[in-house]
Design a protein around this ligand. Structure first.
Ligand code: FES
Length: 274
């Protein structure tokens, strides 16, 4: 059982929780995730670790209200507890050795996962460009944090209400066309965004890592729920990932698999609110 020590509502649908979890904080690295379960009847939900503080013994998660469990989690407050909080799970992100300049791209709530990547690389002396994309100004998160964790920060909105109007792929293409040479791109966000970032970088042979978010149950490689196809082979995101070479990922399959329970999830949410 872990206790919530800080809560911050980042935008109408995205919440930050910092919880006391010293053992996880001690071992966590960028790219890894936790699985939480609110109570004994709850589902097990994976969330990427957005930050950790080894000194304080805390772990931060940032998540969107997308289903019943995340709705209930977002309604908790400082001092409340979460029954299960297991981690760190998955493999830490592996940047190509000797990388000098990396572009970290976040889309929407995926920025919460992109942030620890940028922060870690920046702290290691890697030159970091961040491109963060949002639908509009009202859902922008972590702007100051990204500014502090990057050498160049580009904020994009689809509707142009803040930052520059356009997609993250527009900015990436502009930078590549302008002669910027990256050793690696890290893209984290909605599946279509990751897919199109990979399509942008592929012609240049530019290594692109993506963080996949398939459905998960056990998070330990036993159930097979999180299977994804990478380079024509079945891989389990919970133990082999969640980061993979984006040019090898079958994004369409992932999108279809993630949609399987959408109706059931909506029904359950409806049932709970009735
Ligand atoms: Fe069960 Fe990955 S979540 S095998």
């Amino acid at each position: 059982m872990v206790k919530i020590v800080r809560k911050k509502v980042l935008n109408p649908t995205v919440t930050l929780l910092e919880v006391e979890a010293p053992l996880i904080a001690k071992k966590a690295h960028a790219g890894q995730f936790i699985i939480f379960r609110l109570d004994e009847y709850g589902e097990r939900v994976p969330l990427t670790i957005a930050d950790y503080d080894r000194e304080k013994g805390t772990v931060t998660i940032i998540f969107q209200r997308v289903g019943l469990s995340t709705e209930l989690l977002a309604d908790l407050n400082e001092g409340d507890t979460i029954l299960d909080f297991v981690g760190p799970l998955g493999m830490p992100t592996e940047i190509p050795e000797g990388a000098k300049r990396v572009c970290v791209i976040g889309g929407g709530v995926g920025c919460a996962i992109a942030y620890p990547q940028a922060k870690t690389l920046h702290a290691e002396g890697v030159s970091v460009d961040v491109i963060a994309g949002f639908r509009s100004k009202d859902i922008v998160i972590l702007e100051e944090e990204f500014q502090a964790a990057s050498d160049n920060f580009y904020l994009m909105t689809d509707d142009g209400t803040y930052g520059e109007k356009g997609l993250v792929t527009n900015k990436l293409q502009e930078l590549i066309d302008g002669g910027v040479k990256y050793d690696c791109v890290i893209a984290i966000g909605p599946i279509p965004m990751m897919k199109f970032v990979c399509k942008t970088t592929e012609p240049y042979g530019l290594k692109t890592l993506v963080s996949l978010n398939p459905l998960m149950i056990d998070g330990t490689g036993m159930c097979g729920c999180c299977r994804v196809t990478v380079g024509g082979k079945v891989r389990f995101a919970c133990v082999d990932g969640p980061d993979f070479d984006g040019h090898q990922v079958d994004f369409d399959e992932l999108m279809n698999r993630n949609a399987v329970y959408r109706e059931r999830e909506a029904e359950e949410k409806e049932r709970h609110t009735c």
